[in-house]
Design a protein around this ligand. Structure first.
Ligand code: ZN
Ligand code: ZN
Length: 345
């Protein structure tokens, strides 16, 4: 009898220990964010690029010629009337119009001439927006990944708010970015930390960790968070990756969501590797992200619109074609769109 009680106690103790251990592991995997003295940190990289590194890159940089890419004529009246089909339209860079069950979503909206705080200098657009801002349908939601000028464009946001001044879109932003968006006139801003979720109609909108950084002024490096966004219904999961280096974050994201029907993944702004590797994936790493998150269909973004870094502007899509073959991806498993093009799902 005594022996049986003893074994029972041991068993209960082991079970309690195991459940506690699982809890701790679950918490450490899906932990919200890391912050040190008001500075946000990445999950899997500690290296921080210095101002010295930046100047070394600028001095050595031999920027190739800007290239302009073709734009296809869009059908704005279809996009405005579409209430049932799932579609994706590429405006350029990381800006997509996503339509899911009658809800219209814009990712990192940028329709301006330059990705810069200044109107007269900074990286200028080489390919015009695939869709005119006036031709956009009513926008329900805007997803912002981080505060870099090629992703958060004040001029575009002001124009969007002017266009929908009565019924503003809801802006989803990473932590500490609400103030910047509110100052531009937005009254519906939802700030989310990593792994946090909000609901809108039948959609769930999740913020997820990616490996990047933030900066908009001289002294605000990493004082606002960066993230990717997952938008899902009960039968469709979309992953907007934002800007990212390759990291284990994507295996964590797969563990949480299982997989995605559609992902938009950055393939450009990767050279030189010694400077860009931690914060921008190259094409091979983008394909690995596509595989890590278990994405059925992925579409390339963050290429062909602004000349930002040292690789030729047409290199990312050339490499994507070559590597898709070499790595035996199915046809259209990871493809790219033409500026202005709409695809249905
Ligand atoms: Zn960035
Ligand atoms: Zn970027």
């Amino acid at each position: 009898m005594l022996r049986r009680n003893f074994i029972k106690k041991i068993l209960l103790f082991s079970l309690a220990f195991l459940s506690l251990k699982t809890k701790i592991m679950a918490n450490s995997l899906f932990k919200p964010f890391n912050i040190e003295d008001g500075i946000f940190l990445n999950n899997y990289v500690t290296h921080k690029s210095s101002f010295k590194d930046f100047w070394k890159w600028r001095k050595e940089s031999n920027k190739p010629q800007p290239i302009s890419f073709p734009v296809v004529k869009n059908n704005p009246s279809y996009l405005k009337s579409n209430k049932s089909e799932k579609t994706i339209t590429w405006v350029g860079h990381s800006t997509f119009l996503i339509q899911i069950d009658g809800i219209n979503i814009l990712t990192d909206p940028h329709f301006s001439k330059r990705a810069s705080p200044l109107s007269f200098m900074g990286p200028s657009r080489t390919t015009p927006p695939g869709l005119n801002i006036d031709d956009l349908p009513f926008i329900d939601l805007v997803l912002i990944s981080h505060n870099h000028y090629d992703h958060l464009d004040a001029k575009t946001i002001k124009l969007l708010l002017k266009k929908q001044n009565i019924n503003q879109p809801i802006f989803f932003v990473p932590l500490k970015l609400k103030e910047t968006i509110s100052k531009l006139g937005a009254s519906n801003v939802i700030e989310q930390e990593w792994w946090q979720m909000s609901k809108y109609k039948n959609l769930e909108i999740h913020s997820v960790p990616v490996q990047h950084w933030s900066k908009r002024t001289f002294n605000d490096t990493n004082k606002t968070l960066w993230c990717g966004w997952v938008v899902m219904t009960n039968n469709f999961k979309y992953f907007f990756v934002g800007d990212t280096g390759y990291s284990k974050d994507f295996q964590d994201i797969q563990k949480k969501f299982g997989g995605f029907d559609l992902s938009t993944i950055p393939i450009g702004a990767y050279a030189p590797r010694w400077f860009m590797k931690d914060s921008h994936c190259n094409v091979e790493e983008a394909i690995q992200i596509h595989r890590d998150v278990n994405s059925k269909i992925s579409i390339a973004m963050h290429w062909g619109t602004f000349q930002l870094t040292d690789e030729p502007m047409d290199e990312p899509i050339k490499l994507l074609k070559q590597l898709s073959k070499k790595l035996k991806l199915k046809k259209d498993e990871f493809s790219y769109m033409t500026h202005g093009q709409t695809r249905k799902f």
